[in-house]
Write a protein that binds this ligand. Structure first.
Ligand SMILES: [Zn+2]
Length: 277
């Protein structure tokens, strides 16, 4: 099979799994892209096949989140892909993922108010816990698959495979998180035997959260009640936002994820998560 554009294939001398590392699904999230470029120069697998994928090259070139559509909502065979660049790209990347056993997808998120406080975290379902236990991230959030179709990690999970997204801290602090991107990718590849075992991390807690709400903006007047930080604790009864003349209040204690009131109607404005049991 011909490789899609902007995909580098590296094959080890020994047989092994096929795995993919994505960066730039959202073109303005640079840390993962720089990590991928470093890996493209230095990586030499000892086994298996590694695909290094610049996921959305036109968006990367323009340093924008997307060209026509959010690529990370299009990894699904259930819906007809939109007749846009991202629709076509999602189809060719799903064809590539169908040849892979596992995916690591590197992202970053906006943290305009407090970029220095931004905390990297992983997004995956519980079947990935043994893998992400070896990543240097303090928080793991699961349960996305129940709320939203079309994420790259959810696509892998839906096919009974391993899919992990790692959010490499703030878009506004790209340089700070490139090394974490490289380290995370190397640990991912070690887990699957494509690289020798990674050096162990110092013991540290890793907390597990589970998504409890996925709020999409329904009106242009949606406003967050205050500038929340990503993963900031939220108390039951606390006002999160106002929309359409209504107050949106947290039903239980938890954490807010990806708070953003600048995105268009129909797009997620915040997510809520609670400690996983
Ligand atoms: Zn992203």
């Amino acid at each position: 099979m011909k490789l899609p554009s902007d995909v580098i294939k590296k094959t080890g001398p020994k047989p092994g799994p096929a795995v993919a590392v994505f960066a730039g699904v959202h073109g303005n999230e640079r840390a993962g892209q720089l990590a991928l470029e470093a890996l493209a120069e230095t990586l030499s697998p000892i086994a298996g096949t590694v695909f290094l994928v610049k996921a959305n090259p036109p968006a990367i070139e323009r340093n924008v989140r997307l060209v026509n559509a959010n690529l990370n909502r299009l990894f699904s065979r259930r819906a007809t892909p939109p007749p846009t660049y991202e629709g076509a790209r999602a189809t060719e990347l799903m064809d590539l993922l169908d040849r892979c056993d596992a995916l690591l997808d590197l992202h970053s998120y906006p943290e305009t108010a407090a970029p220095d406080a931004a905390e990297p975290f992983a997004i995956c379902e519980p079947d990935c816990r043994p893998l992400v236990a070896g990543f240097d991230v303090g928080t793991v959030v699961g349960g996305f698959a129940a709320f939203e179709d079309g994420g790259s990690d959810g696509y892998m999970h839906g096919n009974g495979k391993i899919g992990v997204c790692v959010e490499l801290g703030a878009i506004e602090r790209t340089e700070k998180f490139v090394d974490l991107g490289i380290d995370t990718a190397r640990r991912f590849l070690s887990h699957f035997g494509c690289l020798p075992p990674a050096p162990p991390l110092l013991p540290r807690p890793q907390r597990h959260l589970r998504l409890t709400a996925f709020h999409k903006k329904t009106a242009p007047d949606f406003r967050l009640a205050r500038p929340f930080r990503n993963l900031e604790p939220i108390c039951a009864g606390e006002e999160i936002a106002a929309e359409n003349g209504r107050r949106l209040v947290a039903e239980r204690d938890g954490f807010i994820i990806f708070p953003n009131d600048t995105r268009p109607v129909g797009v997620e404005a915040f997510l809520l998560a609670a400690e996983a049991t």
